[in-house]
Design a protein around this ligand. Sequence first.
Ligand code: BTN
Length: 264
Amino acid sequence: MCSHCILERVAETESTNDDLMARWRAGELIDPIARLAQKQTAGKGRAGRAWLARPQDSLCFSLAYPFQRKPADLSGLSLLVGLAVISGISLALNHSKQELHQKGLRVKWPNDLLLNQGKLGGILIEGGQTKLGDPSWMIIGIGINLQNANAFDQALHHEQKVAALDQLLTTGEVLPDPDWIWLKIVEELEATLSNFDQTGFAQYQKLWMDWDAFQNTAVRITGAGQEVIEGVAKGVDTSGALLLASGEKMISIHAGDVSLRTSK
Ligand code: BTN
């Protein structure tokens, strides 16, 4: 079970990330807290995008977690969160990780979950440290599509197709209660984040690469105001930076508001 974490569930809010960010700014956070909303009216995605969720078809929650590490030492956090979510999904669905891998579940650097190249979920991390010596409170927002991938596709009209968790089920299986899925993911997050706070990302590097959707794939990286970088994805280094083989050079790209796409 979630040992220290406060669990909160609300019917509706604008954004669970904004709610917990406001509490952090007001100095109101003491213990880790996970806040789930059945409906978000202003859900946020990365890079200022909106996050589309459908109340019956989505899981939307944020976890506020206090790290002893300074924000600068939290590199790789979003990658690690992706791995913890996979572990939580495995427990919630009672499918081994190997089975989930075989069915096409993957991570996409720096913070997406993919299922057979469709976007299954996204991670948005905000927060920081108010003053030296204080914990670094990170607000980890997670959105997962549970079912009805077609309805998301129709609403979004994106070139990136959408996937949903029910596509991992075998015939005759039904999706567990969303609260159960939430609890299992929070449990895994708590254990993984506590370990990461003590040891850092390096020990997860190899594991992350086992789930990497783009290993050895030609990709292009775009980011706000920066030039496009093209290369072949070669996994991540011990800090979680993406390694790109570009001509003779190996370039490392640190997560920021950048996005990764396959080269066409
Ligand atoms: C992305 O892929 O762009 C990240 C999406 C993150 C969405 C989640 S849903 C719960 C939390 N509250 C928000 O407003 N956003 C995050």
